[in-house]
Write a protein that binds this ligand. Structure first.
Ligand code: GLC
Length: 533
């Protein structure tokens, strides 16, 4: 475990609630993850990223943290987490944990103290408390809206309002306050001392706010909104980087950065800030050769000046699963499209998702795989309304079904729910579709044509093929609806987005194909890896 592993790692995202349940309460936990480490080793990933496992009332499934330095009892204990870290490391798997610095839980002791201490108190200064507008302060202090719907302000009984860019149960920290800065440094050290290999930073661009809290409607066009991407945020990450660099294991940061301006995105990846950031333009792109080529070129051009590796991400716990997205008429990710169900041709989506796997696993940089992607799980678009747990559902006045459809507990084995997710008799916190019999890890392990077999083979080849560790790519001549590129001097990947079968470039061996070739040509929505020398 040496060198700059993070420049070309394959990282698997675990969403703990939905990965594996070791205790039988229907909710995934650390015991469940420990029990499946062998599966992750066989899959061939280099590292794990775990969504939050901290003490939390779960108003946003753990992204509302009440204690950053302990594990929620639903997930287990700190001792179990430590044992898990040691076991993962023994298998050569690194572990990245989530850190949620923009906001905490309303049950966090400092927020509770702020509520109790009242207006004007030092305790309130760690958050954004303000008087309201209007004759009696009955209007929010400004016009900012919560990401989950409704105003970004909630009023407390003494009349003041507090800021929350997400749910009311997630008050935003005031990063101008030294206590907040100091406490997060403590949290970083706490986990680094326990051997974690990195942090995924939640809502990484939003920590610093324009302290004047101006109305958004009054802002000039073309500057960042006053709650995001403020210049002061970079100083925080420079400080964090120094802490991470002071540890022998050399921990890394990956930022959740939903920024549209590539230059501003790259500023976060300067050598003394974050190592990497999620590539959301790639995740959001349509299944379309020209769009994807533009995104790939732009990604590489954005990262080169700061010498940061690109990341390639097809999905995560917030967005529609790829098989479903690629089977829809509109194959992009947009937040509007996640609000409700849309018809999807899952056979077509599966074909494309297989091809997309070979695309994303052969581009230069780090690749992320969201749990279940390797099984080809579809989005569960028809969860009954009464089980929907995402705060988006309630906050939107029941107009946005939220993100639960990509968070349904994984099917591991057997032919009926809980599909080995929970011990027999356990009832998963979201219902699994009965037809997932065909998508269990067990069934797919036996099937040479399954998505799981494709991922396992591709990840093995990725490790065995030195060309895939080379920097950059070279586009090869191809038809307009085909992407063909070379890596190093002996590898090429070709993806056909068009309807007509495509000719393959000269090669000595077909390493892997996402579907059958037809008379040596590459059919629609299929990808192939070639040895070229
Ligand atoms: C990030 C997380 C998402 C969460 C939000 C608020 O976007 O990925 O799941 O709801 O932050 O913490």
């Amino acid at each position: 475990m040496s060198g700059e592993w993070w420049r070309h790692a394959a990282i698997y995202q675990i969403y703990p609630r939905s990965f594996a349940d070791g205790t039988g309460d229907g909710i995934g936990d650390v015991a469940g993850i420990r029990g499946r480490l062998g599966y992750l080793k066989d899959l061939g990933i280099d590292a794990l990223w775990l969504s939050p496992w901290y003490t939390s009332p779960m108003a946003d499934a753990g992204y509302d943290v009440a204690d950053y330095r302990d594990i929620d009892p639903v997930f287990g204990t700190l001792a179990e987490a430590e044992a898990f870290l040691a076991e993962a490391h023994d298998l050569g798997i690194r572990v990245i944990v989530d850190i949620v610095p923009n906001h905490c839980s309303d049950r966090h002791p400092w927020f509770q103290a702020a509520l109790a201490a009242g207006p004007g108190s030092p305790e309130r200064q760690r958050f954004w408390f303000r008087p309201g507008r209007g004759d009696n302060g009955e209007q929010p202090p400004n016009d900012w809206q919560s990401n989950f719907g409704g105003p970004a302000w909630t009023r407390v009984p003494d009349g003041e309002w507090y800021l929350h860019l997400f749910a009311p149960e997630q008050p935003d920290w005031n990063w101008e306050h030294p206590d907040v800065r100091e406490d997060f440094l403590r949290t970083l050290r706490f986990w680094l001392d326990r051997g974690v290999d990195g942090f995924r930073i939640d809502v990484a661009e939003a920590l610093v706010k324009d302290p004047a809290l101006p109305d958004f409607a009054d802002m000039p066009i073309g500057v960042p909104a006053p709650w995001t991407d403020q210049d002061g945020v970079h100083e925080i990450y420079r400080e964090w980087r120094k802490v991470a660099d002071s540890y022998p294991q050399g921990a890394i940061f990956v930022g959740e950065l939903w920024l549209t301006d590539p230059e501003r995105f790259a500023r976060y990846l300067r050598p003394d800030e974050l190592h990497t950031g999620f590539n959301f333009p790639f995740l959001s792109a349509a299944w379309e050769a020209r769009d994807l080529r533009t995104v790939i070129d732009r990604t590489l051009a954005t990262h080169a000046p700061v010498s940061a590796p690109a990341t390639w991400v097809l999905s995560n716990h917030d967005v529609t699963r790829v098989v479903t997205r690629y089977g829809r008429a509109d194959t992009r990710h947009t937040w509007d499209l996640t609000r409700e169900a849309h018809p999807a041709d899952l056979a077509l989506g599966m074909k494309r998702a297989r091809a997309a796997a070979l695309l994303s696993l052969s581009l230069p940089g780090t690749v992320y795989v969201y749990q279940g992607e390797e099984l080809g799980l579809p989005e569960v678009q028809d969860l009954p309304e009464e089980v929907l747990a995402d705060p988006r559902w309630v906050r939107s006045g029941h107009t946005d079904r939220g993100r639960d459809g990509c968070r349904v507990p994984l099917p591991w084995s057997g032919d009926a729910p809980p599909f080995g997710f929970s011990p027999a008799g356990g009832r998963p916190w979201l219902p699994q579709p009965p037809e997932w019999t065909a998508w269990t890890a067990e069934a797919e392990s036996r099937d040479p044509g399954s998505m799981l077999t494709l991922y396992r083979t591709a990840l093995r080849l990725r490790h065995e093929t030195p060309a895939l560790l080379a920097d950059g790519l070279r586009w090869l001549p191809s038809a307009a609806d085909v992407l063909a590129y070379a890596r190093g001097d002996s590898f090429a990947c070709v993806v056909n987005f068009g309807a007509e079968p495509a000719e393959l470039p000269e090669h000595t061996e077909i390493l892997l194909a996402s579907g059958d070739l037809v008379a040596g040509r590459l059919p629609a929505d299929t990808a192939v890896w070639l040895r070229t020398a």
